[in-house]
Design a protein around this ligand. Structure first.
Ligand code: GUN
Length: 299
């Protein structure tokens, strides 16, 4: 049984991206730049934003961090996004989700320039993804493909079951895997799926993006399956300084005995998401400068 370490792989890709960013800076006399907008005080969002900032510092990416209180109006937030769209030092813009309920997330996503949409959430980038055209690709699904590639896990002709239909993970993941370069047969399950276990059971590759601890149990998975756990759930744990532990969506300990490969939580998909965000920022910077990213090394 193989533990698929997104942590190790992300360190390798981050080192490569750091080198590319330094070559970019030599050529264009500026660093690639990324802005993050955080609204409110959601603790998980604050942690993610901090990790993204740290990664920028490690990799030589300029960062601009904008924070608003949760009572900001939608128009004020959209004005901020317009300013970042116009800011020549900013190649990538990320507005951390979720947003407070009085703000329409789609309106915000659609306002980000598609060329600066390093999250790959803009309808134009999602459309390109579906059509198999080049564009900025959502970080978590992109990171999952990198894990599969790195560990030589074939997707062609395989049955893949994605559990979760979010715009951030499930939908773009399905769109990527059904393309002609991946050739997977994809099933997308969700909260209204009847007999979830029957779909998971026939899958060669299971991608769990449910947002609930132990949503996928041992009895649901077939022998030798590959399991990718996207969940990052906080569960109370008094032995931790933070007061919580991170758990995935799958019952890792039980599944270990049955599967051929599995991602851990933490240290699996999570670090890859951040690392793909950095890579997307580098790519967006190259496109904005009219440069082919491959001149700085293999992508
Ligand atoms: N919230 C949880 N994951 C993400 C992500 O990848 N991007 C943004 N913008 N918000 C998130």
């Amino acid at each position: 049984m193989l533990v698929l370490s997104g942590k190790d792989l992300s360190e390798k890709i981050k080192a490569e991206t750091a080198l590319k960013c330094s070559l970019f800076e030599k050529k264009f006399s500026r660093k690639p730049g990324r802005a993050v907008v955080l609204v409110g005080d959601n603790p998980a969002s604050q942690t993610y934003v901090k990790s993204k900032k740290k990664a920028c510092e490690e990799l030589g990416i300029a960062h601009l961090d904008v924070e608003f209180k949760s009572d900001i109006t939608q128009n004020q937030l959209l004005d901020c996004v317009h300013e970042l769209n116009e800011n020549p030092m900013v190649d990538g813009i990320l507005v951390q989700m979720p947003l407070p309920s009085h703000i329409d997330e789609l309106a915000v996503t659609q306002t980000i320039s598609p060329d600066k949409d390093v999250d790959g959430f803009h309808p134009q980038n999602i459309g390109k993804l579906l059509l198999g055209q080049k564009g900025l690709v959502a970080c978590t699904p992109k990171g999952i493909l990198r894990i599969l590639d790195h560990y030589n896990i074939e997707t062609s002709g395989k049955d893949v079951c994605i559990v979760g239909r979010s715009n951030i993970v499930g939908k773009p993941m399905a769109a990527l895997l059904m393309q002609k370069d991946r050739n997977a047969t994809v099933t997308v399950c969700h909260s209204k799926t009847k007999d979830l276990a029957s779909y998971v059971k026939r899958a060669d590759i299971v991608i769990a993006a449910v947002g609930r601890v132990n949503a996928i149990t041992e009895d649901m998975v077939k022998d030798g399956a590959v399991v990718i756990d996207v969940g990052i759930n906080r569960v109370p744990d008094e032995s931790k300084k933070s007061g919580f532990a991170l758990k995935g969506d799958v019952d890792f300990d039980a599944l270990c005995k049955k599967v051929s490969a599995i991602t851990p939580v933490p240290g699996g998909v999570g670090p890859m998401t951040i690392c793909m965000l950095m890579e997307n920022t580098f790519l967006a910077a190259c496109y904005r400068e009219g440069a082919d990213p491959s001149i700085f090394g293999e992508v």
